[in-house]
Design a binder for this molecule. Structure first.
Ligand code: SF4
Ligand code: SF4
Length: 323
């Protein structure tokens, strides 16, 4: 990957694949001429479709995140306030009930799961128990992902370090994750601990034989931060799981961004909702009973319009009884 301005050959491919309203080329010109960043940098969902498509490896998203460090908006202010007040990106509803213990494996759920979508954490804990994996939880702080997305890198590092300190004290070696934002942050910003998204763990365990089939029809939305930032293979695993559990119907463009990421949903809900229109049309075209998602943020965004559920929950419900 290269810096934004030096290598760009102005082919325009990044603009063709961008699901949002911004012009990456305009931002590149601004960067090259060293003019102040444009507010349209706020409209990037950090989906990384541009990065994946760029023929010369320009990391456009990283540069956009840096530009955003110059902006103060009500949405960014809310994220900063929540993190400085509660150590979480959302206002907690109740206290996090965990009992940290010395253990080689830890499950890290992330703010949205801990304080809004706790059934994901319950499903994860159930499946880890089913697999016979001993694990601990920690008294989590935000992993730093929402701060990196808005260009507050130093604060993000400080939050991440608070979590890493707890892992060190408990002797943790492997961190299991269920949120793509946490997964990609833990992979990118530290290398002291192994990081394993639950799909990779379930695949290594060969969970497929433990699943029974039920008569419902499901499709799959690929979360940008897992599919493009971590590994496309995770989506192959997710598809295999769904084929074992139900009637799986693929979307025409499963990797199309849902419009929620990069702080866009909090910062400009109107834009976030308009960006998901194409996604919802794609979903309606296959008439599923449920859209399987592998991201709490995508789950929040899509469930406003269609039945959506995290794959960890669908899977925990489909486990065969243990012998
Ligand atoms: S795809 Fe890459 S090379 Fe092409 S215009 Fe965008 S940043 Fe420049
Ligand atoms: S990360 Fe996604 S939304 Fe942002 S500029 Fe690239 S393609 Fe557009």
């Amino acid at each position: 990957m290269t810096a934004l301005s030096e290598e760009c050959i102005k082919c325009g491919i990044c603009e063709m694949v961008c699901p949002s309203t911004l012009s990456a080329l305009r931002l590149i010109d601004v960067k090259r001429s060293r003019e102040p960043p444009l507010p349209e940098a706020l409209d990037c969902t950090t989906c990384n479709a541009c990065v994946a498509a760029c023929p010369v490896g320009v990391h456009i998203t990283k540069s956009i995140e840096k530009m955003r460090g110059h902006f103060e908006t009500p949405g960014y202010g809310e994220t900063l306030r929540n993190i400085s007040t509660y150590g979480a990106s959302v206002v907690p509803e109740g206290r996090l009930k965990v009992r940290p213990k010395p253990c080689k494996t830890a499950y890290f759920a992330g703010c949205l799961t801990n304080y809004r979508l706790w059934p994901i954490a319950s499903a994860m804990e159930k499946t880890l128990d089913y697999m016979g994996i001993e694990f601990t939880r920690i008294d989590e702080c935000c992993c730093g992902s929402p701060l990196n997305r808005i260009g507050r890198f130093d604060l993000a590092k400080a939050m991440l370090e608070k979590n890493l300190d707890q892992f060190r004290k408990l002797g943790v070696e492997t961190i299991v994750t269920s949120c793509p934002g946490c997964t990609s942050t833990l992979l990118e910003y530290q290398d002291e601990f192994e990081v394993c998204h639950y799909l990779d763990l379930y695949d290594a365990y060969d969970i497929y034989g433990a699943l029974h089939k039920e008569p419902y029809r499901a499709t799959l939305h690929y979360p940008c931060h897992l599919y493009r930032n971590v590994s496309p293979y995770t989506m192959k695993v997710a598809e295999t799981i769904l084929k074992k559990m139900c009637d799986y119907v693929p979307l025409a463009d499963p990797g199309l961004c849902c419009g929620a990421g990069g702080g866009v949903r909090r910062n400009d809900i109107g834009l976030a909702r308009s960006l998901k229109k194409r996604k919802i049309e794609d979903i309606m075209a296959v008439s599923p009973d449920v859209v399987a998602v592998v991201c709490p943020q995508c789950r929040v965004q899509l469930s406003e319009d269609v039945p959506a559920e995290d794959l960890s929950i669908l899977l925990a419900k489909n486990l065969k009884p243990t012998l």
